[in-house]
Design a protein around this ligand. Structure first.
Ligand code: ATP
Ligand code: LTN
Length: 334
C-alpha cells in the first residue's frame, strides 16, 4: 500500500519495436487499470542486455519505449515511468534474491530455454538469472499487482515463490504479488505462424503489426495473415489463424468472439481481414499521433525521466534497506 492505494509494477524490454501483441497483452491493460493503483512502469533496459545489443540503438529504443508509454495514455505525473538502469536498487536486490533462488527453478523457465536456443552463441549467466532480476523489479516496490501477458506467468510464479521463501525466513518483508491478465489479447499470435506468439524480436516483419506501422502496412499485413481453407469465421482451435484474428478484433473493439462470429456469418475471409485491419488502425492512430507530438518535446521527456527516477529510487530504497538489514549487512555509518 502506498498513499492508500495498492501498488502495481510492470515493465517492458526495450528490444525491437513494440508489437500489437505488446499493446493488447500489456500496455492497453496498464492504461486501463492505472488509476486504481500507485503505479511503477519501467523500461527494463537491464533485462535487454541479456541479448547482445547495439548501444546507440538500445538507448534510442529505450527512450522511444518510454515515450510510447506516455503516448499510449499513461500520465507521467501520476504513473512512475522510468528506466530500470537509473535505479540501482534493482541490481542490488537482484543479487540478494539470487541467493534465494535455486538453479533447478531457473532451469525450468521456458523463456530461458527458448532464448538460449535462439541465441546459442551467447547463453550468458544474465539470461539464466533474468527471472531473478524480474523478481527484484517487482518486490522492490512491494507490488500487489503485476499486469503481464500469459507468457510471463511462469516468471511471476517464481517471483511469488522467492517472496514466500524469503518471508518464511525473515518475517513479512515482501508483498506477495498477483498477476493481472487482461480479459482479451492476453496472447496474440504471429500473423504468419499462429502457433507462435507475436514477438518484437521475430525476424519476419509480416508476422507482427508494429505500433508504428502506417495504415496501409497494417491492412496489408492483416490481408496476408495465414488462415485456412475452411472458409467460415469461427472461434475454434481448428482455425488458429482465424481465432487469432478474432482475438485481435475483440481486443480492439471490445466485442466477444460470439458477436464477431455473428457479424461475419456468411461472409468471406477478405471482408473479415479488412475489418480487423481497420479496427487495428483506429486503435493505433491516436497513439501514433500523440507519440509524434511527444517526440518534439525533448525537455518534457527529460524532465519525466529525471523526476520519476528519483521517485522510484526513493520507494525502492525503503525496501532495499529493510532487506539488507534482514540478511545481515552492516549498517552504513553516516
Ligand atoms: P521479445 O520478442 O524481445 O522477447 P516480446 O515481444 O515477447 O519481446 P516482452 O518485452 O517480453 O515482449 O513483453 C512485454 C509485455 O508484452 C509482457 O507483459 C508480455 O507478456 C506482453 N506480450 C508480449 N508478447 C505478447 C503477445 N504476443 N500477446 C500478448 N502479450 C504479449
Ligand atoms: N520479463 C518481462 C519484462 C519484465 C517485467 C518485469 C514484467 C521485466 N521485469 C517486472 C513485469 C514485471 C518480459 O519479458 N515481458
Amino acid at each position: 500500500m502506498l498513499d492508500g492505494k495498492k501498488t502495481l509494477f510492470s515493465g517492458m524490454q526495450a528490444t525491437g519495436n513494440l508489437t500489437l501483441g505488446n499493446y493488447l497483452g500489456a500496455l492497453k491493460n496498464w492504461v486501463q487499470i492505472a488509476d486504481d493503483y500507485q503505479t511503477f512502469y519501467s523500461v527494463v533496459d537491464m533485462h535487454s542486455i541479456t541479448v547482445r545489443q547495439d548501444p546507440a540503438e538500445l538507448r534510442k529504443r529505450a527512450r522511444n519505449l518510454l515515450t510510447l508509454y506516455i503516448a499510449a495514455g499513461l500520465d507521467p505525473e501520476k504513473n512512475c515511468i522510468y528506466y530500470q538502469s537509473h535505479v540501482s536498487g534493482h541490481a542490488e536486490l537482484s543479487w540478494i534474491l539470487s541467493c534465494f533462488t535455486y538453479m533447478g527453478e531457473l532451469n525450468r523457465m521456458t523463456q530461458f530455454k527458448d532464448k538460449a536456443a535462439k541465441h546459442a552463441d551467447n547463453i550468458n549467466a544474465g539470461l539464466f538469472t533474468y527471472p531473478v532480476l524480474m523478481a527484484a523489479d517487482i518486490l522492490l516496490y512491494q507490488a500487489d499487482v503485476v499486469p503481464v501477458g500469459i507468457d510471463q506467468m511462469q516468471h511471476l510464479e517464481l517471483t511469488r515463490d522467492i517472496a514466500i521463501r524469503f518471508n518464511n525466513i525473515y518475517g513479512d518483508v515482501f508483498t506477495v504479488p498477483e498477476a493481472y491478465i487482461g480479459k482479451s489479447g492476453a496472447k496474440i499470435m504471429s500473423l504468419q505462424d499462429p502457433s507462435k506468439k507475436m514477438s518484437k524480436s521475430d525476424e519476419n516483419p509480416n508476422g507482427s503489426i508494429y505500433l508504428m506501422d502506417d495504415p496501409d502496412t497494417i491492412i496489408r499485413k492483416c490481408k496476408r495473415a495465414v488462415t485456412d481453407s475452411i472458409g467460415c469465421v469461427k472461434y475454434c482451435d481448428e482455425q488458429p489463424g482465424i481465432k487469432n484474428l478474432i482475438d485481435i478484433y475483440c481486443a480492439c473493439c471490445g466485442k466477444t468472439p460470439a458477436e464477431v462470429e455473428a457479424e461475419f456469418d456468411g461472409k468471406g475471409y477478405g471482408d473479415f481481414k479488412m475489418a480487423v485491419g481497420e479496427a487495428v488502425v483506429s486503435v493505433l492512430k491516436p497513439i501514433q499521433e500523440r507519440y509524434a507530438d511527444l517526440t518534439k518535446n525533448k525537455d518534457y521527456i527529460d524532465h519525466v525521466i529525471k523526476e520519476n527516477a528519483e521517485k522510484a529510487s526513493y520507494y525502492s530504497n525503503k525496501t532495499l534497506r529493510k532487506v539488507q538489514k534482514k540478511v545481515g549487512f552492516p549498517e552504513k555509518i553516516r
